[in-house]
Design a binder for this molecule. Sequence first.
Ligand SMILES: NC(=O)c1ccc[n+]([C@@H]2O[C@H](COP(=O)([O-])OP(=O)(O)OC[C@H]3O[C@@H](n4cnc5c(N)ncnc54)[C@H](O)[C@@H]3O)[C@@H](O)[C@H]2O)c1
Length: 250
Amino acid sequence: MLKVILHGSSGRMGKVLQSIISDAPDMEVVAGIDSVPDPNAGFPLFTVPSDCNADADVVIDFSNHAAVPKLLDFCSARKLPLVLCTTALTEDCLKKADEAASVIPVFRSANMSLGINILAKALKTITPTLEPSFNVEIIEKHHNKKKDSPSGTAILLADAVNSACLNKKDYIYGRHGKADECKITDLGIHAVRGGTIPGEHTVIFAGPDEVIELSHTALSGNVFAEGAVKAAAFIAGKPAGKYNMDDLIG
Ligand SMILES: NC(=O)c1ccc[n+]([C@@H]2O[C@H](COP(=O)([O-])OP(=O)(O)OC[C@H]3O[C@@H](n4cnc5c(N)ncnc54)[C@H](O)[C@@H]3O)[C@@H](O)[C@H]2O)c1
């Protein structure tokens, strides 16, 4: 039985994970960590990682970027593998995650869904052919409770395009106040917020007289939670190091 600590257990994704893990025959939540108490949690809940004394095999995190540095300290000290799903991490925090990966396995992806990661692979394949004459723009849509913008997934997709064209793209976040023409090296990234949209990403390749659009829609948070649960089973017992969805889906 894989023993899991949920960091961010009281949040939207924390609740989805609780539901998915309660149906899994080989996994159980042994503790939660969240600054907001949840009277319905069926496990011990701690407000800070340093108070959590539960015996566990792995930690799954969907919280807030500000909470991640302390979580990295906790996982490194306890030698606990970490599935790090929180987005909008600062450069300092990413560096700290890299340092932690010399001590523990750290699995990180801005998007844990199979579909988005396959889309990223497809972008790496088609970009070299299209990019010399097609503008690339990314539009992402999320629910009105999302705190960061653009989404970590929009950046993940932009990075997939950029890595396939010698990193020559300049990311343009919205065009308010911009009076220049759109250059072929521009990669526009645009965020839309509203209602309960779980997550939509469209990558537009706009060329002379033809347009290609590749879209992914997450119909619920389940796709991310399922990916996080698979990642947790994958990294538990693995040697220290950095892991991502490419390691999981091949
Ligand atoms: N990688 C992915 O596939 C993926 C998918 C969905 C969401 N996310 C990311 O996961 C994160 C959480 O998303 P959500 O929709 O569940 O958000 P949410 O706001 O519903 O939940 C976040 C939880 O973290 C808790 N939290 C905040 N600060 C904390 C702190 N300092 N210590 C302990 N707990 C703290 C909050 O109380 C809350 O319960 C976001 O960064 C989001 O972008 C990633």
